[in-house]
Ligand binder design. Sequence first.
Ligand SMILES: [Zn+2]
Length: 90
Amino acid sequence: MPFYDYKCGECGHTFDEMLRIADMEKPTKKKCPSCGKKKVEIVVGAASIVDSVRVGITKPDKGWQEVMAKIKEAHPRNDMSKKSKQDWMH
Ligand SMILES: [Zn+2]
């Protein structure tokens, strides 16, 4: 489950909350852990897991690299078409 960033509209305190994707659109019922006011708002688009992948902090894991290697193996035609094109040019 991804973490979402919340910010208190009263005191500006920010904190993370783990949330189901299905609950993302719902307004939080959490109180601000700092001042106790119910002015907490989700920081839109701040799902930590998405951000870290997008900016390249989180690298694709080994499983993903293996998948990519298998895709290349399964499609050797890409290289063959290049070669045949070069032969054709001669
Ligand atoms: Zn607060």
